[in-house]
Design a protein around this ligand. Structure first.
Ligand SMILES: Cc1cc2nc3c(=O)[nH]c(=O)nc-3n(C[C@H](O)[C@H](O)[C@H](O)COP(=O)(O)O)c2cc1C
Ligand code: SF4
Ligand code: FES
Length: 616
């Protein structure tokens, strides 16, 4: 649920007013320019949007103030109240939560002498809590302006603050490039396609990408008909890697024949699912692969514009993608009349504003159009009515990045990997209590136990695994008896889990399942966009009830109500966010009944849960 903040007045300097006016007139000329204007003006005003700046945007863009407020207040990255020079965003999502994020927040509060949402008296720091920052391999983590700081301990937090106080803030562009803690795996080079360049070439160099066969797949696609290209992707068996697993070629084949023009394609780089970090590795480590996949898709469906909707916290990804776009345009690999073929394809980056639901494809489309990110009622689906109400293909970053190798090496090469049910390779992410968290590309069908034990080095400090939440925050919990399940769509769903985005949250026996469920429900009630009643009210009621369970004050009737309510949300909520709590409530209540019962009897067996009022 969003907070209602009253905008604060400030005196803007003549330089600031003129910079705002310039920005506003530039953004007014661009379709969907409101969010870019809000981001840019917030930068001009020093991390927040004073009332006077909001009025200048409203007047300059001819947008009613109430409408502007509606959009601005939807996105957590915008603030109409003053913030400090440095905004500290401490992650509170499960992978960080189970690794001590709460204690570190207390350290931050103590060191800064402020509460969450406040700014230090010297105007240097504002403290915020946030959902997953997309760096869970280094949990617990926080972000200070553009820079992520991971593997936090109390001492590290203090040292980092001291550096910022001493004026030693790092430049995010100068940070070491992506390193993958699991890069020793897999043993067979045949399994690597998505990651073949990650950590191997300079992601800022187009020449390095070209030297490894880059853009050859685009050349090959442009020699084929649109239908031929789509058929290769269809035959490969590639299924969307954003979570739902919809067949990619089939999706394209619905849109390609439509006579409605123009058509668009979108790369969904919102990556807000807690525990999901793979798209960042691709964008930071091999940005041209994503662009090449998009250009092939644009050609196949007949689109000449592609958007990359990237989550606002991924500064380095956007920096490298923009550099790659500029270089590809300069070499005529993107832009007008690509390689003399007559095909034109332009790619534009749109920055998200800190809203998880904007990863849902229709919410994302609304957001690109400069609106609040409320998911649309479906059907119609984006393939028929998408951005600017035109046919639009939305695919995840990893789906786009899979396309160049499929075109270059053929459908047979791709579908020979993986299993009958799930073809190809996939990026899996291990987070939580494993010795080596991180990302790895492997064939679909890899047993989960191999991922955890052989690749991730097993449960940390020799402890026992208590539960795994595979697929993402919306998925069910599985237990040690399910660890031999192959990571493929059907098998995972049979045991009550999911492949989802490919993230696997491993929890050892120090974790209280009720506490993790509370953390998940806090996330969903916060991220509900409020558009439909079952989710707007339902996520809040579920969160209040789990707080009652955690406090040892609930009854069996409360648990029954949680299940009934979450099932009603599956049947009646407008989008999959509202359907999410049911799976993890059902599986945890079935599989961790003793733990729920102990809380009903008044105590948390592990002493983790505290009796506290529901927050935000
Ligand atoms: C609440 C919510 C958040 C989502 N977030 C993402 C996301 O961050 N990235 C993504 O690719 N898909 C996300 N999705 C799924 C998209 O709606 C869509 O199915 C996907 O982008 C399609 O691409 P694919 O077919 O390549 O997977 C989300 C869905 C929901 C309901
Ligand atoms: S289910 Fe939740 S997030 Fe989805 S439209 Fe309804 S209120 Fe918004
Ligand atoms: S960075 Fe904290 S959960 Fe992902």
């Amino acid at each position: 649920m969003m907070e209602i903040k009253t905008p604060v007045s400030a005196t803007l300097s003549p330089e600031q007013i003129s910079a705002i006016q310039d920005t506003v007139s530039r953004c007014k000329a661009v379709k969907g320019g409101l969010q870019p204007a809000l981001h840019a003006v917030q930068g001009i005003c020093g991390n927040w949007l004073p009332l006077e700046a909001l009025r200048l945007i409203s007047e300059g863009m001819d947008i009613p103030y109430a409408y502007l407020y509606g959009v601005m207040s939807f996105y957590t990255m915008f603030s109409p109240t003053p913030r400090g020079k440095y905004i500290i965003r401490m992650c509170e999502s499960p992978p960080c939560h189970i690794q001590g994020a709460d204690n570190l927040l207390e350290v931050l509060k103590g060191e800064l002498g402020i509460k969450v949402g406040e700014t230090t008296a010297d105007g240097l720091f504002t403290l915020e809590q946030t959902a997953c920052l997309g760096v869970c391999e280094v949990s617990p983590a926080m972000q200070i302006n553009e820079v992520v700081h991971g593997r936090l301990t109390a001492e590290r937090v203090k040292n980092i603050l001291a550096d910022y106080r001493a004026g030693k803030a790092p430049d995010f562009r100068q940070l070491p490039r992506t390193t993958n803690p699991l890069s020793d795996y897999p043993p067979s080079p045949d399994e690597v396609s998505l990651f073949q360049n990650v950590d191997q070439i300079d992601p800022m160099s187009l020449d390095a990408y070209l030297a490894r066969g880059g853009y050859e797949a685009l050349k090959k696609a442009l020699d084929q008909t649109q239908v031929e290209v789509i058929n290769v992707v269809k035959e490969s068996g590639l299924r969307g890697r954003g979570g739902a697993g919809f067949p990619t070629g089939l999706k394209w084949s619905f849109t390609q024949p439509s006579p409605v023009t123009p058509k668009y394609i979108i790369c969904n780089a919102d990556e807000g699912e807690p525990g999901t970090i793979k798209d960042r590795y691709l964008m930071e480590g091999d940005p041209h692969r994503v662009l090449e996949g998009m250009a092939i898709g644009g050609y196949a469906v007949g689109a000449s514009v592609g958007y990359i909707y990237c989550r606002g916290e991924y500064y380095l990804s956007m920096h490298r993608l923009q550099n790659a776009i500029n270089a590809a345009v300069a070499k005529n690999l993107l832009g007008d009349n690509i390689m003399g073929t007559g095909f034109c394809f332009h790619i534009q980056i749109q920055t998200g504003g800190g809203s998880y639901v904007c990863g849902e494809e229709t919410a994302l489309i609304e957001s690109i159009q400069g609106e609040r990110g409320n998911p649309r009622v479906k059907p119609p689906f984006p393939g028929q009515v998408g951005v600017w109400y035109k046919p639009t293909i939305v695919n995840n970053v990893e789906s786009w990045a899979s396309v160049p190798s499929i075109i270059a090496q053929g459908a047979d090469w791709y579908k020979a990997k993986g299993t009958e049910d799930s073809k190809g390779t996939k990026i899996f992410q291990l987070t939580g209590h494993v010795n080596t968290p991180g990302v790895v590309e492997a064939n679909m069908g890899l047993p989960l136990s191999t991922l955890i034990d052989q690749i991730g080095g097993g449960c940390r400090q020799g402890k026992q695994i208590k539960a795994v939440q595979p697929g993402g925050a919306a998925c069910g919990f599985i237990t040690p008896e399910h660890l031999n399940t192959p990571l493929e769509y059907a098998a995972m769903s049979k045991v009550g889990g999911a492949v989802g985005s490919g993230t696997m949250l491993v929890m050892d026996d120090t974790v209280c399942v009720i506490d993790v469920v509370k953390c998940l429900l806090s996330f969903f009630q916060h991220e509900s966009c409020g558009f439909c009643l079952p989710c707007r009210r339902g996520t809040r009621v579920l969160y209040e009830l789990i707080c009652k369970v955690a406090a040892g004050k609930a009854t069996q009737a409360d648990l029954d109500r949680m299940l009934t309510l979450s099932k009603t949300m599956v049947d009646s909520a407008n989008c999959a966010l509202g359907w999410s709590p049911y799976s993890f409530l059902k599986t945890t209540m079935e599989r961790f009944k003793d733990e729920y019962d102990a809380h009903l009897a008044g105590s948390c067996p592990l002493g983790v849960c505290k009796a506290e009022e529901p927050s935000h």
